[in-house]
Design a protein around this ligand. Structure first.
Ligand SMILES: [Zn+2]
Length: 63
């Protein structure tokens, strides 16, 4: 695996109803929120193993 750092965005009150992944190590701003201005976001798909319920996350390709 060739892993790149990132974090899952919490949209809070302005949630779109699905999780998104943002590239780069999570850094907090002055007021404790994640610094994410101008960063690319990827929609996350979550796949569950029907046998053991293990969860795997993938992001959709971004264009
Ligand atoms: Zn399994």
């Amino acid at each position: 695996m060739d892993l790149e750092p990132g974090f899952i965005e919490d949209g809070g009150e302005h949630s779109h109803g699905y999780g998104r992944w943002i590239e780069g190590t999570l850094k907090l701003g002055l007021f404790g929120g994640a610094r994410r201005l101008g960063k690319a976001r990827w929609i996350i798909d979550a796949f569950r193993c029907v046998r053991c319920s293990h969860l795997e996350l993938f992001v959709r390709p971004n264009d």
